[in-house]
Design a protein around this ligand. Sequence first.
Ligand code: CA
Length: 228
Amino acid sequence: MKKILVVEDEPAVREMIAFVLRQNGYTVLEAGDAEQARARLHQDPPALILMDWMLPGASGIELTRELKADPLTRDIPLIMLTARGEEDDKVRGLESGADDYVTKPFSPRELSARIQAILRRVAPHASEAPVETGPLRLDPVAHRVEHDGRALDLGPTEFRLLHFLMTHPDRVYSRARLLDRVWGTNVYIEERTVDVHIRRLRKALEPYGAAGLIQTVRGAGYRFSPTP
Ligand code: CA
């Protein structure tokens, strides 16, 4: 059952939304403010976040910005809920990183249709699904990488890097782009750090003859490609 985190400070509204979601077969996690939302997210990452615009303390917009800058939460789809229906607000909501926008008051049917649409849209990138490339298999949930059934020993950064590359094959990524996507934009790290981790990753793949999966594209960056 998919979990949805509802971040909404008004208990009556939160309860109403939770009721609708449960009726649609979702498991619901609730948070009344930004702090509770962060705690829930770290305990139990949901498949989707419903974020109210108006929250006490950090606003829904600020919290959305924060979550979308954090590599641990940035890929969780987020729908912003708001009483404002103005075009400017819609733009601000989307600019903060929200994936969609629902204006209050909304019907239960409208809300569940939007949720389904977003979940369908993100399904191919679902970060929980195991990825396979030839004999290489990475399972994000079990945090395990295998080559022909033999486990590879990878550090956490190499693991994240390999996960990103395996889910984005045959595309060239510059060091800056990899830093942004794998490390997150809110950290300052020198670009040559990427080279260090690529080197470690290749070293881990080498005994299996798989180091060639990660190719250096001169002057551009790196590419993960099953075909040399
Ligand atoms: Ca509110």
